[in-house]
Design a protein around this ligand. Structure first.
Ligand code: CA
Length: 233
């Protein structure tokens, strides 16, 4: 079955260029112009990934992303931002809004298609993996439902945060450099930088640590990277 990609972009020419290239890349694509009740339309479409322009006539892309993360139907899907300015990139990377990736205009449609494919590949765990839960200390990660709990309380994670946390849970006590994490978690996406790892770590800490600036689980390995530690009593 073809993966469904929602493209929220108000510039008609750019939208049809993207639509054309995604169709050639083997995706089913639907364009939303951002002028109407986009979040309801996205919920009805149930896409596998959203390409989201920042500057839109109605709610802007950041606001829409927040609504996507609050939506039961859409919360887990990857959101790839289209940004025109570098200060927008900073906000996307800030990740309070829950974006997974960004691409700056002007961009090559081929690159966009490649990134979308990379994100969708990361979403597809094997059958055996999908049926397993990871349980460690206070944490339970339900792969089938793509949900994470800490002491029975659900933690809200974006798809990239989920993947990163899944990796840490599967490899406790091991120190990972930023480059190793990029390779293991982000895979073949070439646009990410070590700073990408840091902002995702910060976001994860805000979710799981009692005191994010003094982490007990996701600790910094000075001059190297990060280690996930769980004392199992
Ligand atoms: Ca726009």
């Amino acid at each position: 079955m073809k993966k469904q990609i929602a493209v929220v972009e108000d510039e008609a020419e750019l939208a049809s260029l993207i639509e054309y290239n995604l169709a050639r890349g083997g995706f089913q694509t639907k364009v939303f112009n951002g002028r109407t009740d986009t979040i309801r339309e996205l919920e009805a479409y149930e896409p596998d990934l959203v390409v989201l322009d920042v500057m839109l006539p109605g709610k802007d892309g950041f606001e829409l992303c927040r609504l996507i993360r609050q939506s039961d139907k859409l919360a887990q899907i990857p959101v790839l931002f289209l940004t025109a300015r570098s200060d927008e990139v900073d906000r996307v990377l800030g990740l309070e809004i829950g974006g997974d990736d960004y691409i700056t205009k002007p961009f090559s449609p081929r690159e966009l298609v490649a990134r979308i494919k990379a994100h969708l590949r990361r979403l597809g765990p094997s059958e055996a993996q999908a049926s397993q839960n990871l349980v460690l200390g206070p944490f339970t990660l339900d792969r089938a439902a793509r949900r994470v709990y800490q002491n029975e309380k659900e933690i809200e994670l974006t798809s990239t945060e989920f993947k990163l946390f899944e990796f840490f849970l599967a490899h406790p006590g091991h120190a990972w450099s930023r480059d190793a994490l990029l390779r293991e978690v982000w895979g073949e996406q070439h646009f990410v930088t070590p700073r990408t790892v840091d902002v995702h770590i910060r976001r994860l800490r805000e979710q799981i640590e009692a005191v994010p600036d003094d982490p007990k689980f996701l600790v910094t390995v000075r001059g190297f990277g990060y280690r996930f530690e769980v004392q199992v009593s």
